[in-house]
Design a protein around this ligand. Structure first.
Ligand code: SAH
Length: 455
């Protein structure tokens, strides 16, 4: 698409949509312009900053018409941080926008128009929901700061609290920071690749109240380790585990390969519904436990299992959905590509007395499931919960060949969900219901569960 739009020109724009990073989208003669801090339904004066081939970026100079959904962002560091993208929109408005996005994407990409998309299941109190904080540290005059990377930079800005973080995690990070400061621990410096402490991580079991502290260091040696650990444990009774992870590399990946327990246990525990989970420093675990329960309950409802059913859970992670399903099914087969996650899944199955009813295997879902099928493993229901890029085509074909009664598709990306639903529809399934769940309030992310039945 070409356009007559020029840099530095000023236009009046009406905004219709939101981009994935929360910018407003308006059009000039059909040519899309992305404008940060503009909401759908608003109109304003925009200066064009950059023109690309199929779109442009603009800056909002003035709002002529405000959305009724516009609110003052409650977080004082919202504009600098970038962790949230929708705090300037009321929570009700966010849920409406996410619903609209799912409906539109299903129609546009999946050509799925005749399906019920339920209202988004949101949180009653959409704040302080995250159970995991991973906070980078830096040296400043007078001591250590623990904060966040400023948007589009590697500058670390001090943060006393994060409004979507469990407040206990905020407290843990600040107390650990000040103890490390007291013992003169130097922060890691990216530019020179020197210093010691890279990140402070706090993980919280929302049901058990147990907390794990992880100190990510560049060096194996942590000066005054014994004293630091003693003080952490004395100051924070919720801490059940203190762990050091050593990351010697020049990288922005947080964790290194070596993890050692400094005090307490290797795991903390938490529950989702009746299922107990052991969580280690490196385990993947959903960050919003309250909404995870809502999501999994919906997946379980859509699976509509009987005690005779055999189920496959593709992309099973640490077996969270598998174990939920195993409470109602005859047998669940889970597959996941990360070996440590499968170890966790097996441990969690034992922990819940469900080991007899589940089989976990490491590998690519698109390779392992066809193999199971060849060996005679049938599935009455198949559940998939793939990463953002969606399901591999070979897996979709195997699902079509296996003809389960139902497919439950849990998705963190409505666009790839829509693409994959089209393939499954063409292969003999019908999408009957779609339920978005808000797992990440104030961000643009939207989780969706879809129920498909064999035609
Ligand atoms: N169902 C889990 C995890 C879902 S996240 C839960 O709810 O907690 C998606 C998972 O898919 C990740 O654990 C990722 O490691 C895994 N994965 C990515 N590609 C895969 C593939 N090709 N085959 C199997 N698992 C894969």
């Amino acid at each position: 698409m070409s356009s007559a739009i020029e840099k530095n020109q000023q236009y009046t724009l009406t905004f219709e949509d939101l981009t994935h990073d929360g910018a407003g989208v308006g059009k000039i003669d059909g040519f899309p312009v992305f404008v940060p801090n503009a909401l759908p339904g608003e109109r304003g004066q925009v200066k064009i900053i950059k023109v690309k081939k199929g779109y442009a970026f603009g800056r909002l100079l003035q709002l002529d018409e405000e959305s009724p959904d516009r609110v003052e962002a409650p977080c004082p560091i919202y504009k600098q941080c970038g962790g949230c993208q929708l705090q300037h929109m009321s929570y009700e408005g966010q849920l409406k926008a996410k619903h609209k996005q799912v409906v539109e994407v299903l129609a546009r990409i999946g050509k799925i128009n005749d399906v019920t998309v339920h209202q988004v299941l949101g949180m009653k109190d959409p704040w302080r929901y995250r159970n995991k904080a991973q906070v980078p540290v830096a040296d400043r005059e007078g001591g250590l700061v623990a904060g966040f990377y400023q948007k589009r930079s590697h500058d670390i800005i001090d943060m006393q609290q994060c409004l979507i973080q469990q407040s206990t995690n905020d407290e843990v990070v600040q107390v650990v920071r000040s103890i490390c400061e007291k013992y003169g621990v130097r922060a890691y410096d990216e530019a020179s690749h020197r210093g010691v402490l890279r990140h402070i991580m706090a993980r919280y079991g929302a049901v058990t109240g147990e907390t794990m502290v992880v100190l990510v260091t560049r060096t194996a040696d942590l000066p005054h380790k014994k004293k630091i650990v003693e003080e952490i444990v004395a100051a924070l009774p919720q801490v059940k585990s203190v762990v050091q992870n050593v990351n010697t590399k020049r990288t922005n990946v947080i964790f290194g390969d070596e993890t050692r327990v400094l005090w307490g246990e290797e795991y903390i525990y938490d529950y989702i519904g009746d299922i107990k989970f052991a969580i280690s420093a490196r385990s993947f675990y959903q960050v919003n436990p309250e909404q995870t329960k809502v999501l999994y309950d919906k997946a379980l409802e859509y699976a509509n299992l009987s005690a005779e059913d055999s189920v496959i859970d593709a992309y099973c992670g640490i077996g969270t959905i598998s174990l939920f399903l195993a409470q109602q099914a005859k047998h669940v087969y889970g597959v996941e590509i990360v070996p440590e996650a499968i170890e966790d899944a097996k441990r969690n199955a034992e922990l819940n007395g469900l080991a007899e009813r589940v089989t976990f295997e490491v590998g690519e879902a698109e390779a392992v499931i066809p193999n199971w099928y060849k060996q005679g493993v049938g599935a009455d229901v198949i559940v998939v919960d793939p990463p953002r890029k969606g399901c591999d085509e070979a897996l979709l074909q195997t699902i079509i060949d296996m003809k389960p009664k139902r497919v439950v598709y849990v998705s963190c990306n409505p666009a790839t969900l829509a693409r994959d639903l089209r393939v499954l529809e063409d292969g003999g399934f019908k999408t009957v219901e779609v339920q978005p769940v808000d797992m990440f309030p104030h961000t643009t992310h939207c989780e969706v569960v879809a129920k498909l039945e064999l035609k």
